[in-house]
Design a protein around this ligand. Structure first.
Ligand SMILES: Nc1ncnc2c1ncn2[C@@H]1O[C@H](COP(=O)(O)OP(=O)(O)OP(=O)(O)O)[C@@H](O)[C@H]1O
Ligand SMILES: [Mg+2]
Length: 401
């Protein structure tokens, strides 16, 4: 096992395009690190540089104490689990797992010991004599992991290993990978474009956009303290709401009215003209319920026209359209393109308690936990109100672009 240190890594392909642009990530021994971002952001390229399948244009890559920039993949002692598991259909599960050991010409007794060890960890004992074609997707995934385990590699590298499984199996496998990683305590780097996988699996998550590291932090830090609009919009489902905002004193003017925010937040955003406020759906509540729960403060309630209500039993989504000036809609349209997401319409999505009686087509009193509001600079996307103590690492070049 080993730590992996990525220092100022750059990858320029033939056409000079920096697919990975000056990325630094320190991965601790035993850590589960996620690389996440939309398609084309450079996740696979970065992973392939770590494993040695792609040359490093510049920067330093250290595994344990060794600089490995110029080492061949087989000398780096890493195990890569690909998206398509590359199992040999004509070999049994046993021989598929044993494959790297046969290549290394280990004697039969040693092969047997290692394969049986791995198969019991992976609960594959009863399938050892079967062929991969007769296994479920999840079982095949485990065989692929078995092959990685027997190699006693220093780290596991995964490139979107669950992307061709159906939603239910993906959920199960996600839990299995998390459990197995904890049990083996092996350093793991895992590429995904799925923010749910990133949030649930990672000890820490590196968010990438167009080759640039945006933020390197724990899932909770990313969720509570996104460093910029991009991270804020990428992490969380349903996504964070973005609204035009202007700060005067302790008050934020939103399309629906004014709410008060904590003084130290206000101070960082005051006098900066038009801003973008970011508020997660669950920071809102039906004002009546908020009052009865005793959380409401009079200074953070507004009334708004609700046009659609979706009651899910445990919670209620209410949709509230609003008007935004062109500076804000332009930035949001750009963000939506970068996030590869469906249109972020200029509507507020609020998640209310399931017991709320708010109905569509009426004016409703909504309370907002305004301490949870973020304020972003519309020009650079930077979160002006980020709590740097609880935001992990935000590289300086992240926000602007
Ligand atoms: N062999 C190559 N030659 C030239 N450019 C490449 C090559 N491979 C990747 N790229 C470019 O590098 C950038 C990053 O690609 P990469 O495959 O790392 O993205 P990714 O984040 O893994 O995306 P996805 O989620 O679609 O797999 C892209 O803009 C891509 O076009
Ligand atoms: Mg990829």
């Amino acid at each position: 096992m080993a730590s992996i240190n990525i220092q100022n890594l750059v990858k320029k392909y033939g056409d000079g395009f920096p697919a990975v642009n000056n990325v630094s990530i320190d991965i601790a021994d035993g850590e589960f690190m996620i690389l996440v971002g939309p398609s084309g952001c450079g996740k696979s390229t970065l992973l392939r540089m770590i494993v040695g399948l792609e040359d490093i244009t510049s920067g330093e890559l250290t595994i344990g104490e060794r600089r490995v920039n110029d080492l061949a993949p087989r000398d780096r002692n890493l195990a890569m689990v690909f998206q398509n598991y590359a199992l040999y259909p004509h070999l049994t599960v046993y021989e598929n797992i044993a494959f790297p050991l046969r290549l290394a010409k280990l004697d039969n007794a040693e092969v047997d010991r290692l394969v049986r060890d791995a198969s019991s960890t992976l609960e594959l004992d009863e399938h050892l004599e079967r062929k991969p074609g007769n296994l479920s997707g999840g079982q095949r995934q485990r065989v692929a992991m078995g092959r990685a385990i027997v190699r006693q590699a220093d780290a596991f590298l995964f490139d979107e290993p669950l992307s061709n499984l159906d939603a239910k199996l993906r959920g199960q496998m996600r839990t299995e990978i998390a459990r197995l990683q904890k049990r083996l305590g092996i350093t793991t780097v895992y590429v995904t474009h799925d923010q749910t996988e990133a949030m649930t699996l990672g000890d820490r998550v590196a968010v990438l956009k167009r080759g640039l590291l945006q933020q390197l932090a724990t899932p909770r830090e990313l969720y509570d303290n996104p460093g910029n609009l991009f991270v804020a919009g990428f992490i969380g489902s349903p996504p964070m709401n973005f609204l035009p905002a202007e700060v005067t004193g302790n008050k934020v003017k939103l399309p629906f009215g004014e709410v008060e925010i904590p003084a130290e937040k206000a101070a960082r955003a005051e006098g900066r003209g038009l801003l973008i406020a970011g508020i997660r759906p669950e920071a809102f509540e039906d004002a009546k319920l908020a009052e009865s729960k005793g959380v409401a403060t009079g200074t953070a309630t507004f009334s708004a026209n609700v046009d659609v209500v979706e009651w899910l039993g445990n919670e209620t989504y209410a949709y509230i359209p609003f008007e935004a000036p062109p500076e804000v809609t332009k930035q949001l349209a750009q963000l939506e393109k970068e996030l590869d997401s469906e249109a972020l319409r200029t509507q507020l999505v609020v998640s209310l308690d399931g017991s709320s009686r708010i109905t569509a087509g009426t004016e409703a009193e909504i309370w907002v936990d305004s301490a949870k509001m973020h304020l972003f600079d519309p020009a650079t996307g930077e979160n002006l109100t980020v709590d740097n103590e609880h935001a992990g690492h935000i590289p300086r070049e992240a926000a602007t672009v």
